[in-house]
Design a protein around this ligand. Structure first.
Ligand SMILES: *Cc1c(COP(=O)(O)O)cnc(C)c1O
Length: 321
């Protein structure tokens, strides 16, 4: 079966993003290396425009709109970072945007989305179906729906994070990637396996929201209830029809970490590396730093996926630990 994206799609995305997305820094930490016995390379997408890698996939999608699509606009649904990514990309490209967001999304994310000039429509994530709401808007207004992960242009854009990391640091033994619905890891897996077939690509999900792990291990898409976890960017209920085949074909394993391990990792980033990383952005790093995985002697890429968190909530999470 042909996968939804190939290496050339990621290269084309990288060309579209050149000079528009930040080429985010890769940082290392002596403390992190001492703790794990590995050589860790952190790709800092918390320092990406709008604060997460999602800008890559959103901009790559909107940049390929036809003139008609640009005129009618874009609609999306998201728990936050994808919404901001679409809103910012739409503003940069002069495309009107409507975003369907859960009413309990962090206020900062709702405000930021409105701040980029998008129209925000709120819904109750425990009783209403965001996809149906998004599709209805798309039908009524002729807008193009760009989902948060299950779209080839989104997946290809996200893969540019791993492409840059490999260009900057060279060969790796392991690539650790945060997983929600699998857009980031599917792009990163294609980018990684093309140049380094022997590099293990490992996904990390919240323990309470292990839909991709269950699907990966059973060989078919598994649907779960809306997970309760502090990793709000990974509260997905199932992998996508485009992302899952890529994960099955190219990902080596999917692991989980719990909320306490995410908080410890947020603290490590703050104290040792002077970085604000949101809970979801800590998933991949937590697998290394909390030693879920034995990485001794290995060169390891860690995608730090985002840094958007309300500062009061950030303080509360760190002081409760
Ligand atoms: C969306 C998101 C993820 C998960 O990405 P998927 O492509 O859905 O797997 C991880 N981290 C952050 C910060 C996100 O915003």
């Amino acid at each position: 079966m042909t996968l939804a994206i190939q290496t050339d799609d990621i290269r084309a995305a990288a060309a579209r993003l050149a000079g528009i997305a930040h080429r985010t820094p890769v940082v290392t930490s002596t403390s992190a290396d001492a703790l794990t016995g590995a050589k860790l390379f952190f790709k800092c997408e918390n320092l990406q425009r709008m604060g997460a890698f999602k800008f890559r996939g959103a901009y790559n999608s909107l940049a390929q709109f036809s003139a008609d699509q640009r005129r009618a606009g874009v609609v999306s649904f998201s728990s936050g970072n994808h919404a901001q990514a679409i809103a910012l990309s739409a503003r940069l490209l002069g495309v009107p945007a409507t975003i369907v967001m859960p009413s309990d999304a962090p206020q900062m994310k709702i405000d930021a989305t409105r701040g980029y000039g998008a129209e925000v429509k709120l819904f109750d994530r425990y009783t209403e179906d965001r996809e149906a709401i998004g599709r209805k808007l798309a039908d009524e207004r002729g807008m193009t729906l760009i989902p948060p992960f299950d779209h080839p242009h989104v997946m290809a854009g996200q893969g540019t994070a791993a492409l840059e990391l490999l260009e900057d640091v060279g060969a790796l033994d392991v690539m650790l990637v945060c997983v929600g619905g699998g857009g980031l890891i599917s792009g990163c897996a294609v980018a990684t396996k093309h140049s380094l077939p022997q590099c293990a690509v490992i996904g990390v999900e919240p323990e309470a929201g292990n839909d991709v792990q269950l699907s990966f291990r059973s060989g078919a898409i598994v649907h779960i209830d809306v997970p309760k976890t502090i990793a709000d960017g990974a509260q997905t209920q199932q992998p996508g029809r485009f992302t899952f085949p890529v994960i099955q074909a190219l990902v080596d394993d999917v692991l989980t970490v719990d909320d306490a391990q995410l908080v410890s990792t947020m603290r490590f980033f703050a104290e040792r590396m002077k970085m604000v990383v949101e809970p979801t952005g800590c998933l991949a790093a937590a697998a290394a730093l909390q030693r879920v995985l034995d990485l001794r002697g290995k060169r390891v890429g860690v995608i730090v996926s985002g840094g958007n968190i309300d500062i009061t909530r950030y303080g509360a999470l760190l002081s409760a630990a």
